[in-house]
Ligand binder design. Structure first.
Ligand SMILES: [Zn+2]
Length: 142
């Protein structure tokens, strides 16, 4: 057997490279399990709103989530990640006795460039249909 893969006589004898190794530690694994459980609760609420035509898609939703008051580790970073996981306009998190989720259509306007609903759409008179982030991107290009 050759000592290095460079010396192999055929490409068919090469091993697949290990592109990445996911090595979650226990705390990160617990964190993701918690967030995935909250995600399921939020998705059920959003499904009901879509079903009764209150919203068209999740980006239109303002979500209020009660996380368990026993969940002492719930952080601002958790809120931001959970918001990205469910793709909603905004996610308001409180602690309560039970895990409860409510949602409603957001009052914010949709950015024509990124389709996110944000409070800053319409603040720039020369691009009233853009959010702050997209406005900055366009101005950066000019
Ligand atoms: Zn935008």
């Amino acid at each position: 057997m050759p000592k290095s893969q460079d010396a192999l006589p055929s490409v068919h004898l090469l091993h697949w490279p290990r592109l990445w190794v996911i090595d979650y530690d226990q705390a990160e694994s617990r964190r993701m399990s918690r967030l995935l459980a909250y995600r399921e609760v939020i998705l059920k609420t959003l499904e009901q709103l879509r079903g009764n035509k209150t919203i068209g898609n999740s980006l239109e939703a303002m979500v209020h989530l009660n996380v368990s008051e026993d969940d002492l580790d719930f952080s601002t970073d958790d809120r931001e990640l959970l918001k990205e996981m469910v793709m909603v306009a905004d996610l308001d998190v409180h602690k309560g006795r039970d895990v409860v989720c409510q949602a409603e259509p957001t009052a914010w306007s949709r950015c024509d460039r990124c389709w996110r609903y944000t409070p800053d759409v319409g603040t720039h008179p020369d691009h009233v249909d853009l959010c702050e982030r997209c406005y900055g991107v366009l101005k950066g290009r000019q």
